[in-house]
Design a protein around this ligand. Structure first.
Ligand SMILES: *Cc1c(COP(=O)(O)O)cnc(C)c1O
Length: 446
């Protein structure tokens, strides 16, 4: 046996925390300003936790997306997905930019009307449209996207009682090569249900088939899936013309383009396709599908998270630090999963809001709730933060401010920084009075 070589011993500094795929430990640059506004000033004025939305970033995102599609295809329309963020101020930014509204419930529908969106520019999606709501939508000449046969029959009877035709599309689900298939919404393409629904609409005196819709999933990483979906909807549309002499006026490709967040377990190692790549996949498929130029359908997009996620920040304050039984460090923040619902599937980037030391330690980030699942980050390599220090959580603009819970703590205020750098409260912090507004005490307990 060969004698092993002697190696000189050396001391290497241990580096804790999770490295990304390139072996780089993230450095912490304090985030002291958002759109030129000092974070410390926002916190002094409004306290924490505090949601901050950037109007400028929303407009830039919208314009980039619209440009990606409209430079490749002649007829493009965006419809703002209300459930992603239905604060009226945010919706109105999108409507000012030219977006229609895409709603999935009766109250979202009424919000869109109250935000000044003409009925004919409201897309009514979702499996639960009440008779009353359908009546309103037919009267307002909205685009009603039928989800199931029961809804088709209900809508027909609503139209008959009103003596008014409805502009409808069907939602189509399909195999796009991404699994599991979202086949619970709409009618399936492969098993023929979608075609059956189209035939029923074509045979109806009350329903007029205007469009075809799909929404194949969310945080989609595959541009190919959109190409497949666009091809299948185009095929259906061409079949409508060939067999039923119906010209489908629009194809609505839904949303689902990923925001820039890091999905749990991926450590940022996934390369997300750009909006241009999605646009290329969809538009080239539609342009090559064989539509006569005059019948080229309008392309509608219902992108949600991509357009607001990186425009939203959550400002928070450190409440305490402690050592856990296994030796790990834990930091307790004044915001938890009650207002950061997306922390269940994203590893949110968290930055200190003031100067920090270079030394980092693996840290668990807890929220303030008396509930074991209130974990904002399982592992985060963080510099030492003391009680009273502030942090900025990034990319929280999508879904958090609609899915947030009023549990143990009140929901915080939302601030909008406008394009001039002025700040506006667009939703006040909740208080006890607000919470108890709907409560009633029976007489025997008074
Ligand atoms: C939620 C939803 C959207 C938006 O989805 P994102 O993943 O946020 O882009 C669009 N269309 C429909 C029908 C939806 O349900």
């Amino acid at each position: 046996m060969l004698k092993k070589k002697y190696e000189r011993p050396f001391i290497k500094k241990m580096s804790v925390g999770i490295l990304d795929k390139t072996g780089v430990q993230p450095a912490f640059t304090p985030v002291t300003h958002i759109d030129g506004v000092a974070v410390s000033e926002l916190i002094r004025k409004y306290g924490t936790p505090l949601f901050v939305m950037s109007e400028q970033q929303i407009r830039l995102n919208y314009q980039a997306m619209f440009r990606a599609f409209s430079t490749r295809y002649p007829k493009v329309q965006c419809a703002w997905s209300y459930k992603t963020h239905y604060n009226n101020a945010i919706c109105r930014i999108f409507h000012q930019e030219g977006s229609w509204a895409e709603v999935v419930s009766g109250f979202e529908y009424r919000k869109a009307l109250q935000n000044g969106v003409p009925g004919s520019q409201i897309i009514f999606n979702g499996p639960d449209k009440q008779e009353e709501e359908l009546r309103l939508a037919v009267t307002q000449e909205s685009l009603i996207h039928i989800d199931h046969f029961e809804e088709l029959y209900l809508l027909t009877s609503v139209c008959e009682s009103l003596g008014k035709k409805a502009q409808v599309a069907i939602r189509v689900n399909m195999d796009t090569g991404v699994y599991p298939i979202w086949d619970r919404f709409g009618f399936n393409f492969e098993n023929g249900q979608a075609w059956t629904a189209i035939q029923k609409i074509a045979a109806s005196n009350m329903l007029s088939l205007t469009g075809l819709h799909t929404h194949i999933g969310t945080f989609m990483l595959s541009t190919d899936a959109y190409a497949v979906a666009a091809r299948k909807l185009s095929t259906l549309a061409l079949k409508c013309k060939a067999e039923l002499n119906i010209v489908v006026k629009y194809i609505d490709m839904g949303g689902g383009f990923p925001g820039i967040n890091t999905l749990k377990g991926t450590y940022g190692a996934i390369q997300l396709p750009t909006v241009d790549a999605f646009a290329e996949a969809i538009t080239s498929t539609m342009l090559e599908a064989g539509f006569p130029p005059a019948d080229l359908p309008l392309l509608i997009l219902e992108s949600g998270r991509l357009l607001v996620d990186d425009a939203g920040y959550l400002l928070g304050t450190v409440l305490a630090n402690k050592k856990l039984s296994d030796g790990r460090k834990a930091t307790i923040m004044d915001f938890g999963v009650n207002i950061l619902f997306t922390s269940f599937w994203y590893d949110h980037k968290i930055s200190p809001a003031q100067e920090v030391s270079a030394y980092q330690e693996d840290t668990v980030i807890y929220g303030p709730l008396c509930m074991n699942i209130d974990v904002v980050r399982e592992h985060l390599s963080l510099p030492l933060l003391n009680r009273g220090d502030h942090v900025v959580v990034h990319n929280v603009g999508a879904y958090n401010m609609t899915q947030w819970m009023q549990f143990i703590a009140m929901r915080p205020a939302i601030i909008l920084i406008d394009t001039k750098g002025d700040t506006h409260v667009i939703r006040q912090k909740e208080n006890l009075e607000y919470l108890e507004q709907l409560e009633q005490i029976p007489k025997h307990l008074q």
